[in-house]
Design a protein around this ligand. Structure first.
Ligand code: B16
Ligand code: MG
Length: 226
């Protein structure tokens, strides 16, 4: 019998679609360095930390930059990214998210955030969702990036619940790996092809019924019946 006490949400790609702003800002920086990359390659940057994203882009372009200069570059990218973020408002909350948060609140299920983004608290404030979250674990509080489970394990611990009592909602392959590695129930938000290793995959939060989701997860976790 499942005993879910908390839901931990990833941010980018789950609550808001900030991936498009990351893409524009990273591409601007990459172009200045003589590198270009496609939206498809950008998929590989989802859920990946800022520093690691730069490493990947430099690798794609075969460009070498000394470690000491890398922070200057990620700072510039972040300034451009923030120009977009500062214009965000509640209209950019992905469909169905707010409704689910309200249902969870009503049911007394704890709500946490586990994001690789150092900008996570600011983005939540910008779209008016900050107060829903009892705990926010962001990129500034972890030393290990997803697929390491640290971000979600910290979230569960701050919420005072066990990992097995948490559902994690994630849009990135590595994020699902992190949730599974932490011993949590993983719900992928996006495509089955990418997130099929999660306990269950939903395309988005539109029309999501939390009680039905629990029944499905319960079924998936129950021992095989003869
Ligand atoms: P920042 P998530 C991740 O957010 C993004 O998916 C990833 O593309 C980004 O590089 C990372 O945050 C760091 O973001 O530069 O704002 O610190 O999906 O874990 O919520
Ligand atoms: Mg994400």
């Amino acid at each position: 019998m499942l005993n879910i006490k908390a839901c931990i949400f990833d941010l980018d790609g789950v609550i808001v679609d900030t991936a498009k702003y990351h893409f524009v800002a990273w591409r601007r920086l990459a172009n200045e360095l003589g590198i270009d990359f496609t939206e498809k390659e950008n998929e590989k940057l989802k859920g990946v930390s800022r520093a690691e994203s730069l490493n990947l882009i430099l690798e794609w372009g075969g460009v070498k930059i000394e470690n000491e200069k890398r922070e200057q570059l990620t700072d510039r990218k972040n300034e451009w990214y923030l120009e977009h973020i500062q214009k965000m408002n509640e209209e950019e909350i992905l469909p169905g998210v707010k409704l689910l948060l309200d249902v969870l609140k009503e049911k007394g299920i704890k709500i946490g955030l586990g994001s690789a983004s150092k900008n996570a608290p600011m983005i939540l404030k910008q779209v008016g969702l900050f107060d829903y979250f009892e705990t926010i674990v962001d990129g500034g509080q972890v030393t290990n990036s997803k697929p390491h489970p640290e971000v979600f394990l910290k979230g569960a611990s701050y919420l005072g619940v066990l990992p097995a009592q948490c559902i994690v909602f994630e849009d990135a392959e590595k994020g699902v790996d992190a949730a599974l590695g932490g011993g949590m129930l993983a719900v992928g938000v996006g495509e089955e092809e990418v997130l099929g290793h999660a306990h269950y995959v939903i395309p988005d939060f539109k029309n999501l019924d939390y009680d039905v989701l629990l029944e499905i997860l319960e079924e998936k976790m129950s021992p095989i019946k003869n």
